[in-house]
Write a protein that binds this ligand. Sequence first.
Ligand code: HEM
Length: 293
Amino acid sequence: MTQLGVFTWGVFPYICLVVMIVGTLYRYQDDQLRWTSKSSELLEKKLLTTGSMLFHVGLLFVFAGHVAGLLVPIEFYNALGISSELYHGGAVVLGGLSGLVTLAGISILLYRRIANSRVRMNSDFSDYVSDGLLWLVIFLGLAFTLGYSLVHGPYEYRTTVGPWIRSVLTLQPNTTLMAGVPLLLQVHIALAFTLFGISPFTRLVHMYSIPMGYMTRAPLLYRARYGYGTGHAATTRVPAPPRAQPQQPRPAPVYDDEPATPEPAGRFERPPHEFLDSLDPVAGSGSNSYSRR
Ligand code: HEM
């Protein structure tokens, strides 16, 4: 293995992972108020909804595929009797499908960021870097799964990339495992680590919060300032409703001396204390009396 190979597969992944962990911790304690993927839904909603949905759903499946293909040893599949053909056939169909959905999603999001002037004006450099790098990593992964595998036949990464990534995670990097890996896959993996390394300095930090609450929380409701409820699109400026006129002073209320409905005759024939006295067995004879003295 060349010196570049030793650096790329034995040192570079750790640089990226250390920057990712330390950078994330630093940002968490230093800049928590901006720990978010700040919403641009107000600026453009249609493309965001479609792109974001495709990207995130697709990515969940891509993630599951990476765990199954790289972290689960090939011996496990052999023990279950799953042949290499069956495994790779499934990986091409399921991985290809989820990769295509993810690529469609990130392409829409990237297009929106560049083509929509309102979103563009609210984007910074890190947004283009993270979206662009995501697009490249996903495109190369998909190009490998569909392009390389279909042209050259399935490549058994479960005996090279899989054990290598596990050796990195157990802090015993075995760089020789990566020597014969096709260049397309090598670039995919090196760029994926670069993506991990820059993540603390971009809006990607929101993924470390595992924001699953989004799925169940009540949606944010944005209402147009003008024209809400008139059936006009929010972009059509409808004149604001006339301002309420200052209120005229109210006429002073007129109270009658007489009650509106006369009391029924005889209801208060006796004053209340006399009535209570009549209920009291010792009324008038002792201190228990309610009588007025
Ligand atoms: C440690 C880093 C990574 C390694 C070692 C890795 C490795 C691989 C391998 C071996 C494949 C081929 C799978 C097959 O043909 O069955 C692949 C495909 C793919 N990778 Fe990665 N990858 C990494 C990170 C990423 C990241 C961060 C993303 C996305 C953001 C990604 C997206 C994809 C996609 C879309 C495919 C196409 C097949 C599929 O959908 O699973 N990879 N990757």
